[in-house]
Design a protein around this ligand. Structure first.
Ligand SMILES: Nc1ncnc2c1ncn2[C@@H]1O[C@H](COP(=O)(O)OP(=O)(O)OP(=O)(O)O)[C@@H](O)[C@H]1O
Ligand SMILES: [Mg+2]
Length: 160
């Protein structure tokens, strides 16, 4: 099975912190596998996800030891464009990161930012809409531009 995420002996200490937020984490995630990470507050769940998304260490100061690989490549060796095409990150309050007012525009915005051509955007748009609970609304421009507006619950269910 293809390994999507491979973490080996990962330690992370935020700048000025006395202790490591992550201590000797080793795990693998296979393609199609769904992994739940549970733990008490401040145990490092968000820190682990930021390490997988590349936000750590790219835009966070601290000390990292060990490796995080996405599809075999070290996150440090992936540029922003490669990371954006490989990994998505939904914050605790997903509504804070929506930029558009309807599902269709929200999905297309991400795909346009990857500078995909229109045929590929269409293909991915329909594939995403197929999987989401908002299938009818998402793929029908009439619905998405009118009935779908301001529908936070639909946007939430359609977030990556
Ligand atoms: N930007 C930061 N700078 C310094 N320390 C941080 C930073 N972000 C988190 N921490 C510390 O790292 C540790 C892990 O925090 P993290 O936010 O990853 O935990 P969490 O499991 O996601 O918590 P929660 O359940 O509250 O969301 C905590 O001790 C926290 O105070
Ligand atoms: Mg958290």
């Amino acid at each position: 099975m293809t390994k999507t995420v491979e973490i080996t002996n990962l330690n992370w200490r935020y700048l000025h912190a006395d202790d490591n937020a992550l201590e000797d984490i080793t795990l693998e995630v296979g393609e199609g596998e769904v992994l739940g990470i549970v733990g008490a507050n401040e145990n490092g769940k968000t820190t682990l996800l930021k390490s997988i998304s590349g936000m750590i260490p790219k835009s966070t100061d601290g000390i990292k030891e060990g490796e995080v690989r996405l599809y075999g490549t070290l996150v440090e060796e992936m540029n922003e464009r490669e990371l954006a095409a490989t990994v998505g990150f939904v914050f605790s309050d997903p509504e804070l990161q929506f930029t558009m007012m309807n599902v269709l525009d929200e999905i297309v915005f991400g795909l346009e930012n990857l500078r995909l051509d229109l045929d590929e955007i269409d293909r991915r748009l329909f594939a995403a809409a197929e999987k989401s609970a908002s299938r009818t609304c998402s793929i029908n421009p009439r619905w998405s531009s009118r009935e779908d507006k301001n529908n936070g619950s639909l946007l939430r269910r359609s977030s990556p």
